[in-house]
Design a protein around this ligand. Structure first.
Ligand SMILES: Cc1cc2nc3c(=O)[nH]c(=O)nc-3n(C[C@H](O)[C@H](O)[C@H](O)COP(=O)(O)OP(=O)(O)OC[C@H]3O[C@@H](n4cnc5c(N)ncnc54)[C@H](O)[C@@H]3O)c2cc1C
Length: 517
């Protein structure tokens, strides 16, 4: 995957069947779907792949236990089927994880147990494992650092876990392999219209400053929380279709809560679920649900959100965490479809919305990363119908995502799937590439080189936030690794010292936003 090649294709083509705007889970899913059906497809992303919400999830491939409690069986069933498909199609970035719900009242074990049996039942043949009631002793075998005061037992169930932005990069690669043109750092700045109907887009290459006018039979707006800004460009009105809701996550050392299972707290003070999940040898705690007005690429955590998570975690564990223990805090904005009579975003539906606007723009929003594939299928069906494209049916249910492998790789390189062997070979050829970029993490110089040369990483942030997840795991360590990464980036891309310094400054400023102290 090479950006120059993609830009050259874009410059030569200038006419596509389908243009997709935005490369989060939704847009990438649409690109894979459209290209694999044989349509000439272009995906344009203003920043980097998954720069928005799609790198800031709780890392669950799930049906959503909470939506079951809300009685939304259809949504849960669809998500559970998609969970099963994703684990089959991308086993290198997704895997099964066991979860324990600790119970502190006698009736809770049965109440949650029955709910989680239904949850498992709904996944049918794609079940990831049997839900089980646990004794107090068994709960502590899974979660040894759980507070034992009044603990009566628990429920064990299984769900999926993934690396969101790694999956996004693999989806971008899959789309290209299926014939799509995919360009990051190329934002849509306007629409081309004939008789008030959209016939293409205007776009700007954020690196070179070059501008393009590109024609298409169908244009899809998959820009997540930014969708209303695009709607305004397309339709000229300022109607709000999105009610953004912020969710934060705290990352702490694994030793605060040992064990291999995740913990699900089924009811927090505001009626949400809260997770403590092992992720890349750290522990991820989250999330919150706070309605926000301001839409930005780098949303900031609120102090009450941080306190909320710390307070709940400490209530359930024998260890106690404080601000100083937080290695990284990251924040995402949910692109929830606005429901006019609901103020509290926690109760708004997590379903997705696909509609065609008077300009012919196909607008898709909402949903979850887990359901990206089915959302994409329905969106492309709608685009075909709207633009009168020759019908071709969806092919993604069993389409293997780039990196798919059935080889067991027992190092941290397993996340690269089939590409891991190429990275290993790089290290064998040049031993200096096996040096680590930070003494406390396994990530190597070879991976930095790989992601720059093969995964369209353009900035230090692309490398250290979304290809290698160091910024999300430990922001201070990411700042310490940044100078080395910048030098590598500059030498591979032929940039000068001044560029290096600008990059480093920009990254350090960004990374400070992931630190609490
Ligand atoms: C806190 C939190 C936790 C979550 N946890 C989970 C979870 O565990 N599991 C799960 O399945 N789901 C989860 N979700 C939901 C999931 O993350 C989202 O539904 C999904 O990532 C949304 O993807 P998207 O593509 O719609 O939006 P985004 O990922 O935001 O993508 C939109 C893209 O459009 C780009 N863009 C904007 N303007 C332009 C333009 N003019 N031109 C070109 N590109 C543009 C942006 O840069 C961005 O990359 C979570 C969400 C949040 C907020």
């Amino acid at each position: 995957m090479n950006r120059k090649e993609q830009i050259d294709k874009l410059s030569n083509e200038k006419k596509f069947d389908i243009i997709i705007i935005g490369s989060g889970a939704t847009g990438l899913g649409c690109a894979v779907d459209a290209a694999s059906r044989g349509y000439k497809t272009l995906l344009l992303e203003k920043y980097d792949f998954a720069k928005g919400t799609s790198s800031r999830t709780t890392k669950l491939v799930h049906g959503g236990v909470r939506y079951l409690a809300q009685g939304n069986i259809r949504l849960v069933r669809e998500a559970l089927l998609e969970r099963g498909r994703l684990l089959q199609n991308a086993p290198h970035v997704c895997h099964t994880l066991s979860f324990v719900v600790p119970c502190y009242k006698w009736w809770q074990k049965w109440y949650y147990g029955i709910g989680l049996w239904v949850y498992e039942f709904l996944s049918g043949k794609l079940s990831l494992g049997k839900t089980k009631l646990l004794s107090k002793k068994e709960v502590l075998q899974h979660l040894p650092d759980l507070s034992v005061n009044n603990l009566t037992g628990g429920v064990l169930y299984f769900d999926g876990q993934f690396d969101d932005s790694r999956l996004a990069v693999n989806l971008a690669k899959t789309a290209i392999e299926q014939g799509a043109v995919v360009v990051n750092y190329c934002g849509v700045t306007g629409f081309i219209k004939e008789a008030n109907i959209i016939t293409g887009v205007k776009a700007k290459d954020e690196i070179s400053g070059n501008e393009f006018e590109i024609k298409a039979k169908a244009v899809i707006n998959a820009t997540g929380v930014f969708a209303d800004a695009l709607l305004q460009l397309a339709e000229g009105h300022s109607e709000k279709t999105i009610a953004p809701s912020q969710g934060i996550h705290l990352v702490i050392e694994k030793h605060f809560f040992k064990g291999n299972a995740g913990m699900m707290i089924p009811k927090t003070d505001d009626g949400r679920v809260l997770f403590a999940i092992p992720w890349h040898d750290k522990l991820l705690l989250g999330t919150t649900d706070t309605p926000v007005e301001n839409i930005t690429t780098e949303p900031k955590p609120l102090q009450e959100e941080i306190d909320f998570i710390i307070r709940h975690f400490n209530r359930y564990t024998i260890s106690e965490i404080h601000y100083k223990d937080i290695k990284s805090v990251f924040v995402g904005l949910r692109p929830l479809a606005k429901v006019s009579n609901k103020k509290k975003t926690a109760v708004m539906p997590r379903d997705y919305l696909i509609k065609v606007l008077p300009s012919g723009l196909v607008h898709v929003t909402g949903g979850k990363f887990t359901t990206y594939r089915s959302m994409a299928e329905h969106t492309i069906d709608k685009a075909i119908q709207t633009a009168g494209l020759k019908i071709s049916f969806c092919k993604t249910k069993h389409l293997k995502i780039h990196g798919w492998t059935d080889n067991k790789i027992d190092t941290h390189l397993s996340i690269y799937g089939a590409d891991a062997s190429a990275i290993k070979q790089m290290m064998e050829k040049d031993i200096s590439l096996s040096e680590k970029i930070h003494s406390c993490f396994p990530f190597t110089k070879a991976e930095v080189k790989w992601v720059i040369q093969n995964e369209m990483a353009i900035t230090i942030e692309d490398v250290l936030a979304r290809r290698i997840r160091l910024l999300f795991l430990d922001a201070k360590a990411a700042m310490e690794a940044a100078p080395l990464v910048t030098t590598k980036l500059a030498s591979l891309t032929g940039n000068n010292l001044q560029w290096e310094q600008q990059q480093l400054e920009a990254f350090n400023k960004l990374a400070k936003g992931y630190l609490l102290n």
